[in-house]
Write a protein that binds this ligand. Structure first.
Ligand SMILES: Cc1ncc(COP(=O)(O)O)c(C=O)c1O
Length: 353
């Protein structure tokens, strides 16, 4: 144990962080008076315009309550009869949504084995034998996650090649962007970066994350191919993701998208992860596979150190077989939080060696 007080903010998850003050202010401003419900309001119209500006195209945007719902809505809009979703065995839709896509969509998930949470074009090509055979669910949608569930990144070229192969096999491409802001920041930081790995690369529909990046709660399904949004409004209601007081989700996104707050917040979270990695890299007993690409680090720790460290400042296990844990930063993590945490790590591990 250490007598050092723990950091004000722990490293459990970006979901553990509060909402950004600019978001809270926007919600308070939007609270004024009455507006029509279900998206027929000026905040939602502004939000739809902001997403069109962001992607530089006539995209259709539908706001939802949460990420699981955004993914289910996106996939519901994209899947045809008897079609399956192709994803990785690490995909949030496959392992962390309690089977919601299978239950709600009634569709098969083909979750392909990967070591790093990234789908490869050859894995798609290998599904060719399923196509046109009446005994197999037809691969209809490819779903990738950017940044990945393992804190990794696809390059622009990797996504473009996956899209090319998917489209050549008559599949459409969904991108689960619960942490799309962290990916955008890590790959260069500008709107051009976002467009490069999404609309320009050929992605058809994006689940655009907000909650992990400073919203109280809310995600957006952005139809980069607006023809796929044809039935989306009805499907959103059917999958229970139509917010009546839509203005509050829209107002949050309007604040997040204003003057690149979404990128600045994510870049800050990423920078805090880099600092944490740097300050703990030489702590005796810690081993890292790789430096962080976005806002999480995955150290392997001496087994005896994990519980005392967690009791001092909470975090989640990752790969228990390797004594690997996850430390995650957020938009509000401070330099001081990181330095305090790194010092505590050093003390506690020294006591366990
Ligand atoms: C990759 C990914 N997709 C989607 C989500 C959204 O999940 P939720 O339904 O909890 O908002 C998460 C949250 O952890 C996630 O990590």
């Amino acid at each position: 144990m250490t007598s050092l007080p723990p950091p004000a903010r722990a490293f459990a998850s970006d979901n553990a962080a509060g909402a950004h003050p600019a978001v809270l202010e926007a919600v308070t401003r939007a609270n004024d008076g009455h507006v029509l419900a279900y998206g027929d309001d000026p905040h939602t119209r502004e939000c739809e315009g902001r997403f069109r500006d962001l992607f530089g195209a006539p995209v259709e945007t539908l706001l939802t309550f949460n990420g699981t719902g955004a993914n289910v809505l996106a996939l519901a809009s994209m899947l045809g009869p008897a079609e399956a979703v192709v994803c990785t065995d690490w995909a949030h839709i496959a392992v962390d949504e309690t089977g919601a896509p299978e239950r709600v969509l009634g569709s098969k998930l083909i979750d392909l084995t990967t070591t790093d949470g990234k789908l490869r074009p050859d894995q798609l090509r290998e599904l060719e034998h399923l196509r046109g055979v009446q005994h197999h669910a037809q691969p209809g949608v490819v779903s990738i996650t950017q940044s990945t569930e393992l804190g990794g990144l696809y390059t622009v070229d990797e996504i473009a090649e996956l899209c090319d192969v998917a489209h050549s096999m008559e599949m459409t491409v969904h991108l689960d962007g619960a942490r799309i802001a962290n990916a955008t920041a890590a790959l260069g930081g500008g709107v051009e970066t976002l467009r490069a790995f999404t609309i320009d690369a050929g992605v058809d529909v994006v689940s655009f994350g907000g909650t992990k990046n400073g919203l109280l709660g809310g995600e957006a399904v952005v139809y980069l191919d607006p023809t796929l949004a044809r039935s989306a409004r009805y499907l959103r209601k059917q999958v229970t993701q139509l917010p009546s007081k839509m203005r509050f989700i829209a107002a949050q996104f309007n604040a997040l998208l204003d003057r690149d707050l979404w990128i600045r917040s994510a870049e800050h979270a990423n920078a805090m992860a880099r600092l944490l990695h740097q300050l703990t890299l030489d702590v005796p007993g810690i081993e890292y596979d790789a430096p962080p690409a976005v806002n999480s680090v995955f150290p392997c720790l001496p087994p005896d150190a994990i519980e005392p460290l967690r009791a001092w400042c909470f975090f989640w296990d990752w790969d228990v077989s390797r004594h690997q844990v996850r430390w995650m930063t957020a938009w509000d993590t401070t330099d001081d939080d990181v330095r305090t945490f790194a010092e505590g790590v050093r003390h506690i591990l020294a006591g366990c060696n």
